[in-house]
Design a protein around this ligand. Structure first.
Ligand code: M6R
Length: 357
């Protein structure tokens, strides 16, 4: 039930810190060890390449998951859009492990791939919010998201839950492989949960930013580099699906290869700057679009901020920034949809779970 909330989406955005804390509890033993099915650990360790298969928001979570698994557990990862996988099936490695990410566990495009790779005899792990769903029953292993029912069509808490569980999976695999990590994942996730809470308490600021940047526009661009780019893809999907503003997430470095031609007087550009190694280059991209008339805002992270930044996110571990940077983007989409009097929870032409290919 929505309780006092006007929309499920807003309620689900607010639930994110609690979901992260729940995930910490569920995946931790009393001795502060990670608690993951030993069979999953073995399957991850035995794999020489991981193939993540997903759609929409879950695909965007997969892009972040790839970074975790490659950087922490040193296993190569490919991320594929489920509906595209069959047409251009890559040459598979000797010991592939397929990881399906799906809030509903019912997405037909992902299931089609699962059926195919099971026929080929490959192992599959499903990460889902619905244990007992088709994708979870038909895979060899399941990891639960513990996000609670997600009702709004626009996925919010499932995305952050997916990223948190992927981080735990990556750390667990690293430990299984004897790779030393210099941080405590659960402690870092607890810091993330607090940071999310600080952001969900800043709704007025974000509503104000929405009015300033997105009130009347027909289009908007999100730019970022590295991890921030993947979050930009998610932020733009959120904005399109519920406010019907034409939006796109771009890699900062690609702007000058074509996209910058679209920038006109007052075109909104939302830039993420949460990564130290690209802070300088993303800020010069912002200057480039501003000098062509863009109405640009920068969302940065504490420690990397500059005076005119529209919003400064609390500091979290550099790998986990998507968990916090996505929150203002979810809220921007929410308020943009409200301003336009769109049906926030049930956007036109969309279904919560897409059970046809
Ligand atoms: O249930 P799934 O995670 O498999 O769903 C995948 C997509 O249909 C879903 O993420 C969709 O993109 C959302 N409406 C995005 O907010």
């Amino acid at each position: 039930e929505k309780g006092t909330y006007p929309h499920f989406m807003l309620k689900e955005i607010d639930e994110q810190p609690f979901v992260i804390r729940k995930i910490i509890n569920e995946y931790q033993t009393n001795d502060n060890e990670l608690k993951l099915d030993a069979a999953i650990r073995r399957a991850m360790k035995a794999s020489d390449r991981i193939y993540i298969i997903a759609a929409g928001t879950s695909y965007h979570a997969g892009l972040v998951g790839k970074e975790f698994i490659e950087k922490l557990a040193a296993i190569p990862v490919e991320v594929h859009i489920a509906s595209e996988f069959s047409y251009n099936m890559p040459l598979l490695s000797d010991n592939p492990l397929f990881v399906f990410i799906s809030q509903s566990g019912e997405t037909a495009d992902s299931r089609a791939v699962l059926v195919k790779i099971k026929e080929m005899g490959h192992p599959a792990l499903t990460i889902t919010n619905v244990p007992g769903s088709t994708l979870s029953r038909e895979a060899d292993y399941t990891l639960n998201l513990y996000a609670g029912p997600e009702i709004a069509v626009a996925s919010t808490k499932a995305y952050t839950a997916q990223i948190a569980v992927l981080a735990i999976l990556a750390v667990d695999t690293a430990q299984a492989k004897g790779i030393e990590l210099d941080f405590d994942p659960m402690q870092e996730l607890a810091i993330v949960a607090n940071a999310m809470e600080i952001l969900t308490d800043q709704k007025e600021t974000i509503e104000e930013l929405t009015r300033e940047y997105l009130a009347t526009t027909r289009n908007a661009f999100f730019i970022g580099r590295s991890t921030d780019y993947h979050v930009c893809m998610e932020g733009s999907l959120k904005l399109k699906e519920i406010s019907y503003i034409q939006a796109e997430g771009f890699a900062g470095g690609e702007l000058k290869h074509g996209t910058i031609a679209l920038i006109e007087e007052d075109t909104p550009v939302i830039a993420l700057a949460t990564q130290a190694n690209v802070n300088y280059s993303i800020r010069s991209n912002v200057q480039e679009v501003v000098s062509r008339g863009a109405n640009a805002m920068i969302i940065s992270m504490k420690g990397l901020e500059q005076d005119d930044d529209a919003l400064v996110l609390p500091h979290v571990h550099e790998l986990l920034t998507p968990l916090v940077s996505v929150v203002p983007l979810q809220l921007l989409a929410y308020y943009a949809a409200l301003h336009r009097e769109c049906d926030v929870d049930k956007p036109r032409n969309l279904a919560k779970s897409v059970t046809v290919e």
